[in-house]
Design a protein around this ligand. Structure first.
Ligand code: FAD
Length: 474
């Protein structure tokens, strides 16, 4: 069934009835393909390669220096500047790879951690590039007995590719400054995202300057080849995994909205139909980036976790209206085309170490837990704990209850005002006596997650058995 905007009211009503009959809790496993298990060794291998690349970069830069160049006026400043420039650029390329959506890395590490690593490297890379600009300018100024600003002006006006590199440097600083937490909190996510795109432009602008004028390349064809391969591989990964693969996948699946339904106050489920969805390998707990091809929405993608495993030809997410895009979900019309990227995330059953699982959620955090519950292997003992002010606020409550009952698990609803009812150690142990021997999956608002993590730790759950999905990357 592929809805379109021109569908008659009768056809729409038939579609809506069909959506009501989707067997979300009892559907056939043949209607979906299990998600791929993560392979942690791939992450180790990539980490090793990144370290090796850094070692080669350092060796190339250091071996390009000579005693004569170091003792010349400004020689040490220039050598330091070159080292800072190459290492800084290398770190930036690593940052790009971290967020290039490499599927094996995404599954093994999780996007939240990859983004966190990307952020951690950012300041180092920016400081090194800034040191490069300052040291090289000082070094040349010393060499030609002139001032810093005069030398900077000479660079921009007379050296090939340096103007572009300077513009690139400015863009890099802009992307870096807007990513500082305080600045980012004051900006709309979309504004930050657009500014951050300049990061790629900055890299492109810096490339020619580095390969053409980088002294390490002079007389070193192998060094130049190595550096070009590093750049080309990085650009190739971005194009392949962030552009080509999503485009091909969407051409294959052709998702369209088929129904939007209120599941709890302000929380809407969005069901899409698509082609070949039984081929889409996805694990319960994973998320996609969703882009709705409607006016004002098409240009930004937002992450939403599946709230059920796919039941071909259907796919479902459940969204709480918080800001512009998430609130607009409630108004999406059947037939609206949808572009997704993913699946991403390591919040899946693959990461558990035991056969006892406790799923603890609050608010719209129930969505990945609901899909994860469905995806847990048969032999796993399950306890679900949902925190809410009232039972009506729990989205997909009946589905969770049914799934838990089918597998003989335990389902607790902890209801009441936030200040009066808390998931402290005593409450958790009361519901889950074997908590310390279990894997715990937590998803809810940030404060809630922190509290539950602290309670679980105090109850003796080892840190590596507490798996958390945070609904923001900030
Ligand atoms: C891995 C993950 C899974 C998620 N799953 C769900 C889900 O199943 N259901 C649900 O209702 N919500 C989910 N969210 C949260 C949801 O993505 C945000 O509520 C939504 O993007 C808000 O966008 P907005 O334009 O409506 O609001 P805005 O006002 O733009 O943003 C509100 C908050 O969401 C953050 N945010 C906005 N856009 C993004 C983005 N593209 N990436 C990361 N953070 C962003 C902002 O930093 C801000 O803190 C998930 C978030 C993440 C990171």
């Amino acid at each position: 069934m592929t809805p379109n905007r021109q569908a008659s009211p009768a056809a729409r009503s038939r579609q809506a009835q069909a959506v009501d009959r989707i067997p979300w809790t009892t559907g056939s496993p043949r209607r979906r393909r299990p998600g791929y298990a993560p392979r942690p060794w791939v992450a180790d291998l990539l980490l090793g390669l990144a370290g090796l690349g850094l070692g080669i970069t350092l060796a190339l830069v250091v071996s390009a220096e000579s005693r004569g160049s170091l003792v010349a006026p400004g020689g040490l400043l220039l050598a330091g500047g070159r080292l800072a420039g190459f290492v800084g650029t290398y770190l930036i390329l690593v940052m790009v790879v971290l967020i290039a959506r490499l599927p094996w890395l995404e599954r093994a590490v999780g996007q939240d951690r990859l983004v966190a690593w990307h952020r951690r490297l950012g300041p180092w890379a920016l400081w090194l590039i800034t040191a490069h600009v300052v040291l090289i300018t000082l070094g040349y100024a010393r060499l030609s007995h002139t001032g810093f600003l005069r030398q900077l002006w000479l660079f921009i006006t007379t050296y090939p590719d340096l103007l572009a590199a300077m513009v690139g440097f400015g863009l890099l600083i802009m992307a870096g400054v807007t990513s500082i937490r305080i600045a980012r909190r004051r900006m709309q996510y979309e504004t930050w995202w657009v500014v951050h795109l300049y990061f790629y432009l900055a890299l492109a602008l810096a490339f020619a300057h580095q390969v053409v004028t980088g002294i390490a390349f002079l007389g070193h064809p192998l060094a130049r080849a190595f550096w070009i391969v590093v750049w080309a591989a990085t650009a190739g990964m971005v194009l392949l995994f962030r552009v080509l693969l999503p485009v091909l996948r969407n051409l294959r699946h052709q998702l369209r909205v088929v129904a939007v339904r209120e599941e709890a106050p302000g929380v809407y489920s969005l069901t899409c139909t698509g082609r070949h969805l039984s081929d889409l390998a996805v694990s319960g707990g994973q998320f996609f980036q969703w882009r709705f091809l409607a006016r004002g929405l098409w240009w930004h993608a937002h992450p939403y976790s599946l709230s059920a495993l796919p039941q071909a030809p259907y796919l479902r997410v459940t969204v709480k209206g918080l800001g512009d895009q998430s609130r607009a979900v409630a108004r999406l019309r059947p037939g609206t085309r949808v572009f997704v990227e993913g699946p991403y995330g390591a919040f899946t059953h693959h990461v558990r170490a035991t056969e006892r699982v406790v799923l603890i959620g609050a608010g719209v955090g129930i969505t990945p837990l609901r899909a994860l519950l469905e995806d847990l292997p048969g032999g796993v003992a399950v306890t679900v704990v949902i925190r809410a002010s009232t039972a009506e606020e729990i989205a997909h409550r009946a589905e969770v209850a049914e799934l838990v009952a089918t597998r003989g698990g335990r389902f607790y609803e902890v209801l009441g005002p936030r200040h009066a009812v808390q998931l402290d150690v005593r409450t958790l142990r009361g519901m889950v006596p074997d908590l310390a021997q279990s894997d715990v999956y937590v998803c809810g608002p940030e404060g809630f997650n922190d509290l539950v993590i602290a309670s679980c730790m105090r109850a003796g759950v080892p840190g590596d058995r507490i798996h958390v999905e945070v609904f923001s990357f900030s």
